[in-house]
Ligand binder design. Structure first.
Ligand SMILES: [Cu+2]
Length: 209
């Protein structure tokens, strides 16, 4: 648009130059004065501008509209309305509550538990469903690969409460015994550590959060 106007103005000057000379000649009154010429050109340029404006008007409306739509889209995308966020947030995963009471079943050769996430103060109700005697011992961490005081046993060096710490030393077949302990957060292993029993599968890990 600007180029067109410039060209028009330059063209007007070219047309004007020869006329300037003529105005100096006598009897040249019908020919417009330079001032009149300039006014004429001004009007002409003004008309061109008006035409250009009206012609580009529909395009400007479209561009403005697109701009508004884009801005609204961005606003909707990045707006941080707290309520909208709360609604769109995923539902929290089902949380497993730490167990205060845990059922344990022993047998040949297994140790099954009702929970592996337990509270700091927890009671284990241990039933011997097997045909031979078993025990119930808790150590912190994982004793896998360690050596105990007899062949076929793992180390009880990390026995909860130390060497004389709480445990169920003997459970007859069919008997249920309970053990209540207070544990610091961490990972523990519960087991029957009679010779060969741990290795045969009588153990499970649990966590105190
Ligand atoms: Cu056992």
């Amino acid at each position: 648009m600007a180029t067109a106007i410039k060209e028009r103005v330059e063209k007007s000057h070219d047309e004007l130059d020869p006329l300037i000379g003529k105005t100096e000649a006598p009897g040249a009154s019908p020919i417009p004065t330079p001032a009149q010429q300039v006014r004429e050109v001004g009007r002409s340029v003004g008309q061109d501008l008006q035409i250009a404006f009206y012609r580009s008007f529909p395009y400007m409306v479209v561009i403005l509209g697109l701009g508004l739509v884009t801005m609204f889209g961005l606003w909707a995308k990045f707006s941080t309305h707290p309520q909208a966020k709360a609604i769109s947030a995923p539902a929290p995963a089902h949380r497993i509550l730490p167990a205060h009471s845990v059922k344990v079943v022993e047998g040949e050769m297994f140790l099954h538990t009702s929970a592996t996430q337990v509270a700091g103060k927890v009671t284990f109700h241990v039933t011997n469903n097997g045909g031979m005697h078993h025990e119930f011992v808790i150590v912190s961490g994982d004793p896998a690969g360690t050596k105990g005081d007899e062949p076929g046993r793992v180390s009880e060096r990390r026995h909860i409460g130390g060497d004389e710490g709480p445990e169920i030393g003997d459970i007859r077949p069919g008997q249920t015994k309970s053990l209540t302990v207070r544990l610091a957060p961490g990972t523990y292993t519960a087991m029957c550590n009679l010779p060969g029993h741990y290795m045969a599968g009588m153990h499970f890990k649990f966590v105190v959060a």
